[in-house]
Ligand binder design. Sequence first.
Ligand code: FEO
Length: 170
Amino acid sequence: MISKKLQDAINIQINKELYSEYLYLSMAAYLESIGLSGCSHFFKIQVQEERYHAMKFFNYMNERGGRVILDIIEQPQVDFNSPVEIFELSLKHEEYVTKLINELMDVAISENDHATKSFLNWYVDEQVEEESSMDNILNQLKLIDGKGQGMLMLDRELGQRIFTPPTDSE
Ligand code: FEO
């Protein structure tokens, strides 16, 4: 059974993953409103990723005899100035989530919970990918520098993103 300290920490992380989902959905709404439907699609897929992250914690908690307690989800930012700002904020947000996962790992280590440490390794690896994906697109956007043709091409490319749920062994 999972300790109370870890249970509380995982419940906070579930809330943060659900907030991430909400934040990216808000970004998708803004991007749709300015006609960048491919960029908006990219964030709608990101929303599914975040829901997956939250549900993976949810299921793990139940498996370990813990109790999932849901809290209020903070309102996300609704207005943005540009796609560059959105990807800058997304990268910053993913760096913040990485910090949270590392802190959660510290709790699992201090509780000597080897199963949770092993479980959290998936998130440690996932965060490398999450940061890298936002960083790559941000760099492309900076190169394009708001120019119409490049922006349209990137928008089309981001519109191709598909959600592939990881298998249980990943
Ligand atoms: Fe759930 Fe984007 O980290």
